[in-house]
Structures are given as structure tokens and as C-alpha cells.
Design a binder for this molecule. Structure first.
Ligand code: G6P
Length: 614
């Protein structure tokens, strides 16, 4: 969702900005733009609806020179996606240009005030209001840009990450953030600016993460200065980013999503590295050990998350409740934050987020913190906002996820939740040693088994061709497989735009069964575990109504594979780890159906990777 890139230094800014925007494409966007100051101090703004490649075509014949510039990809919130609403936005005099990620909630009041003072607007965005407000303070009170920005931001209610250029000061970028991420890369006599570190890592690994209400004064050939809204000098810590370029490229795969599906065996190994020691029969998630008193004394756990992370949370509930006998509630972060939830000081809130930037999850964390709960984060993006807001936590360490539809992050989250539940269960002695060892041993086998599942790719691609006609799909599962059914349906919706419903298989007869006819494909997760007989009955119910069953079964299955119209055989594992295996064919099925339908798999319409607005 909205990407920001900036550069100031000795090199030409335009190619760096364009490359940076491309690195951020995965966040999802509908228009793009760039602002540059050339050697005559002209402030040139070029912007267009569509992709970064459309912007390149548009700006191609124009003057894109300059060693200072800012660039943006916009995901529409206020005002339709069109050229006028794309960023950067000029101020009235066209002396300033601003890019903005976030939402200015009180923009209507501010706009009204500025209109009364004679300002006119070229767009219907909230962001343009902010640049006009800054110019108003600057010109009216004869202030420098920094002071004008400080005054303007004090008037603003909402979320922002902004960067501003002033044509009369071609040696300075002012950048600020509140609730929307912003990272500054420190190079050799040059600075980079971005929504996350992905556009920066090929130039430098030294970064500063701006905190809320901090403003960076980024000047050519000068030391970086960070102040707050009251002009108090801050002392930001320079951090080292561990990410390499190979991780950001497709590595021979046609799409990032497919690459990320195939990376899962290695990702899960990375996720478990140093945490599982099979020889010593042990699992140690250090954050759990460090805070074991707090966690063991918990009255209950509340897991907050959105989207795919919420599905991982549902599996986490099963794992923690069954291994540790601690009650767990799972909440959509967006509902939790506005419900005035009951939170006790001895509650532990677990926030799960791949990006670590989801606005609703971050707000849920802040709320729970205010109410005195202990907060544990499970995130992927290192140094992102949620890990910084939590008391402790565990990274999933699956590398940057670029495809908008989450795949490897999901299996990474489930793996961390399994390790969390195991570490805690060992401390609590709530699992027998035999069961504990059996699970540890099996967890260690998962990457190998995932590889076997990936060998089914060609078969699943063939199967997908049959279903491009479908307008609807139902996904069913029970127990640990119910969240997998939800996740399978979500994957299909997200990238193929086919309507799909995930349902607990037994609930089907209370409604969705009415939808079943010969046209309805029903994916049933029917592996050989404790629920096998029950799910067999559910499949019979579908077949009796002529539904087309695609069963996900365990290798060697002799019963369901015969009743189902199609089946995919998977290596056996223990029930509690089944989701790590059964999710993969569903990811592949959604992927191949979307490819058959010619959809933009990595950047599906209307979706954003990192939802930094509520
Ligand atoms: C967006 C993405 C989903 C993701 C959800 C939560 O909707 O498109 O793939 O599951 O946000 O994101 P998070 O980064 O908090 O896991």
C-alpha cells in the first residue's frame, strides 16, 4: 500500500527512484509519480495512473535530470485512481511537492479552512490538503520548511509518512512519519528514503527507522538531523539491515508468488534454525524462555491479526490450547480495536503480522498495551512497527515476501506458533515427554515433506485447467484443517477473483449445502487424522448432491480417493502439523487457476501487501 522512495546525493536520482518504486510494487498500487529538482532549480513533477512502467513511458521524453527527488506509488483511499490524484502533489505556488502515505482524517476541515483563505485544489485527495497547509504556514509566517512542516503536522489528525521537496532549497528533503512506516538509508554522501528497506538494500545496509512524530531533515553533504514536532533533537539508532538482493528477485520463476511457494521448505528450515535441536530433543524460542514467568501466569492469550495472519492465528489457538491448556481467543484486529475489549493485566496478547505494519494490528497492540497486557509479536519484516511496539516476540525469518497473496509467511507463522506452544508446554509440563518428542521430531521433517508436496506442482497445474470455468468454490476442513480451508479459499479469491468460501465441514449442512450442484467444485481437506471418518461423511453429503469433490488426502488413501472426483495425495504427518503440508497444494491450485485465467498473480487488483491504513 502506497510506496515512498527518495534520494539525495551525487548520482542521478530518477533511475534510483524508478528502481525503488519497482521494488515496492509488491505493496499494491494504482498510480505512480516522481518529483525532481534539476540543476536550474526547476521542480518537475510527472505522474500517471497505472504501473511504474506507465510512468517511465510518460516521463521518458521529459527532463528527468536532478540529483534530488521523491517518488510514490499510490493506493487510492480518498479520490479515484487518476493522474490528478496521483502523488507528488504540488503546493499552490508549485514551489513545494509532497508525497504521502496514510490518511489525513481531518482533511475536510483543513480543506475548508484553506478554501476560505483562497486556496484551490487540483485533486480530491487528503494529501494535497497537507502540502497546501504546509505552504500556507511557510509563506504566511515567513518560516523555513521544517518549521512549517512541524506546525502543519501538529494540526493533522491521522496517519502519515511524507517527504517534501522545496524548489528553492534543492539540497534538502524533509520527511516525517506517524503510524506509517518510513526508513532512511545512509550511504556514502547520499541518503535514501523508502517505505521499507527493499529499495535501499542494494545501496547501503545502514538504516534509521523514523519513529512516530519524528521529522528527518535530510541535507546534501550534511549529517542527518532528526527532530520531533516540538523541534527537540532526537538521537535515532543506526541499524543494520540483513537482506540481500537475491531475496528480492524472481530467481527464474515467472512470479514471486510461485517462487515464494517453492521457497517454503528452505524458509521453514530458516525459521527453525537455532530453535529446534533434534539431537537434544529440544525446542527453544528464546523470547518464550526470557518471559516464561509472564507467559506461564497468563490468564488467557488473545491473538490479534488480519487476513492470512488471522488464519495462522486460528491454528495457533488449536496448538496452544492443546499443548499448553491455556485458553486462547482469536480476534480480527480491526474489530478488537474498536470494541472496548475486556483485557486483564495478566492477559498476553499475541500480534501476528507478516509486514509488521498493518494499521489495525498495530492499533490493537497499542490498545492492549494501554490496558496493561503483555504483548508478544510474531512478524516477518525485521524492524517494522509491530515488533518495535511489542514487549517481546519472535521473527518468522522467511525472507521478504513480495507476492501480495501471502504464502511462505503463513507457514512461517504456523511454525513459530508450533514452536511457541512446544516451548511453553515444556516449561509447563503440559505435554507428555513422548508426545513432545514426537512433535519435535516431526516438525523437523516438515521441510522434507514440503518438498514432496511441491513435486505435485505439474499435476496440480493440470487439475487447475479444469476449473477456470468456475464462478464459485467451497473449501471444507475440520479441526486443524478448518483454518486451512479458509486460507485456501482466500488465496483463490485474492488472485483469481473466483468467489470462494471456506467453511467448517460439519457446518456445511446449516446453509452452504444449498449451493451444491454439479457446477460446484468443493475442495475438502481429508487427510488421515482423527477427523477422517467425520469428513468422509461430509464428502458423502456433497456427492449425494452431485458436487464435484477435490480431496486433499494422505498418501495411500483407499477410501476418499475413490469417492472424490479428483484427489491430491500428500505425505503423512501428525494432525497438529497437517496445516504445514495441506496448505501448499491449495496455494498451488489458486496460483495455477489464476495463471490460467491470465490474472496479475503478484499484484491482484484492489489488494495491497501492506495495509497501512485502517
Ligand atoms: C493484506 C495482505 C494479506 C495479509 C493481510 C495482513 O490484506 O494482502 O496477504 O494477510 O494484509 O497482513 P500482515 O502483514 O499484517 O500479515
Amino acid at each position: 500500500m502506497c510506496g515512498i522512495v527518495g534520494y539525495i546525493g551525487r548520482k542521478q536520482a530518477y533511475p534510483i527512484l524508478i528502481k525503488g518504486l519497482k521494488r515496492l510494487e509488491y505493496r499494491g498500487y494504482d498510480s505512480a509519480g516522481v518529483a525532481l529538482i534539476n540543476s536550474n532549480n526547476d521542480l518537475n513533477v510527472y505522474k500517471t495512473k497505472g504501473k511504474v512502467s506507465d510512468l517511465e513511458e510518460f516521463a521518458g521524453q521529459k527532463d528527468t535530470s536532478g540529483t534530488i527527488g521523491i517518488a510514490h506509488t499510490r493506493w487510492a483511499t480518498h479520490g479515484e485512481p487518476c493522474q490528478a490524484n496521483a502523488h507528488p502533489h504540488y503546493s499552490s505556488s508549485e514551489n513545494l511537492a509532497l508525497i504521502h502515505n496514510g490518511i489525513i482524517e481531518n482533511y475536510a476541515i483543513l480543506k475548508e479552512r484553506l478554501t476560505q483563505k483562497g486556496y484551490t485544489f487540483r485533486s480530491t485527495t487528503d494529501s494535497e490538503v497537507l502540502v497546501q497547509l504546509i505552504e500556507y504556514f511557510k509563506d504566511n509566517n515567513k518560516l523555513d520548511l521544517l518549521t512549517a512542516v512541524q506546525l502543519a503536522l501538529r494540526e493533522v489528525i491521522g496517519a502519515y509518512a511524507i517527504a517534501i521537496l522545496d524548489k528553492n532549497n534543492p539540497d534538502e528533503i524533509i520527511a516525517a512519519r506517524k503510524s506509517s512506516p518510513l526508513v532512511i538509508g545512509i550511504g556514502d554522501n547520499e541518503y535514501f528514503l523508502a517505505s521499507d528497506a527493499t529499495p535501499i538494500v542494494e545501496y547501503t545496509n545502514k538504516v534509521i527507522y523514523l519513529e512516530d512524530e519524528e521529522i528527518a531533515v535530510i541535507k546534501r553533504n550534511e549529517k542527518l538531523k532528526v527532530v520531533n514536532l516540538n523541534n527537540v533533537l532526537m538521537n535515532p539508532e543506526i541499524k543494520k539491515v540483513e537482506m540481500n538482493i537475491g531475496q528480492l528477485e524472481k530467481g527464474g520463476y515467472p512470479h514471486f508468488m510461485l517462487k515464494e511457494i517453492f521457497e517454503q521448505p528452505d524458509c521453514i528450515k530458516d525459521c527453525m534454525r537455532g530453535r529446534i535441536n533434534v539431537e537434544a530433543d529440544n525446542v527453544v524460542l528464546s523470547a518464550v524462555i526470557d518471559y516464561k514467568e509472564k507467559l506461564l501466569k497468563a490468564r488467557r492469550f488473545i491473538i490479534v491479526a488480519c487476513g492470512t495472519s488471522w488464519h495462522a492465528a486460528l491454528i495457533g489457538k488449536h496448538l496452544i490450547e492443546s499443548f499448553c491448556r491455556i485458553p486462547v481467543e482469536v480476534e480480527y484486529a480491526s474489530e478488537f480495536r474498536y470494541r472496548d475489549p475486556v483485557i486483564y493485566p495478566d492477559d498476553v496478547v499475541i500480534a501476528i503480522s507478516q509486514s509488521g505494519e498493518t494499521a489495525d494490528t498495530l492499533a490493537a497492540v497499542e490498545l492492549a498495551k494501554k490496558k496493561g497486557a503483555f504483548i508478544y509479536g510474531i512478524c516477518n519484516a525485521i524492524g517494522s512497527s509491530i515488533p518495535r511496539a511489542t514487549d517481546t516476540g519472535s521473527y518468522i525469518h522467511v525472507g521478504p515476501e513480495i507476492g501480495v497473496a501471502s504464502t511462505k509467511a503463513f507457514t512461517g507463522q504456523v511454525t513459530v506458533l508450533a514452536m511457541l506452544a512446544l516451548t511453553l508446554a515444556k516449561e509447563k509440563k503440559s505435554l507428555s515427554l513422548k508426545t513432545f518428542l514426537e512433535i519435535v521430531k516431526e516438525l523437523n521433517q516438515i521441510p522434507q515433506k514440503m518438498k514432496k508436496v511441491l513435486d505435485m506442482n505439474t499435476r496440480i497445474a493440470e487439475l487447475a485447467k479444469i476449473f477456470t470455468y468456475a464462478h464459485n468454490f467451497i473449501y471444507l476442513g475440520r479441526g486443524y484443517s478448518y483454518p486451512v480451508a479458509l486460507e485456501g479459499a482466500l488465496k483463490l479469491k485474492e488472485i483469481s477473483y473466483i468467489h470462494a468460501e471456506g467453511y467448517p465441514a460439519a457446518e456445511m449442512k446449516h446453509g452452504p449445502i444449498a449451493l451444491i450442484d454439479a457446477e460446484m467444485p468443493v475442495v475438502v481437506i481429508a487427510t488421515h487424522n482423527g477427523m477422517y471418518e467425520k469428513i468422509l461423511s461430509n464428502i458423502q453429503e456433497i456427492k449425494a448432491r452431485k458436487g464435484r469433490v477435490i480431496a486433499i488426502v494422505t498418501e495411500g488413501d483407499k477410501v476418499i480417493s475413490k469417492i472424490a472426483d479428483d484427489y491430491i495425495e500428500l505425505p503423512a504427518t501428525i494432525e497438529c502439523l497437517d496445516p504445514l503440508i495441506t496448505t501448499i497444494p491449495l496455494q498451488l491450485l489458486a496460483y495455477h487457476i489464476a495463471v490460467c485465467k491470465g490474472k496479475d498473480v503478484d499484484q491482484p487488483r484492489n489488494l495491497a501487501k501492506s495495509v497501512t491504513v485502517e
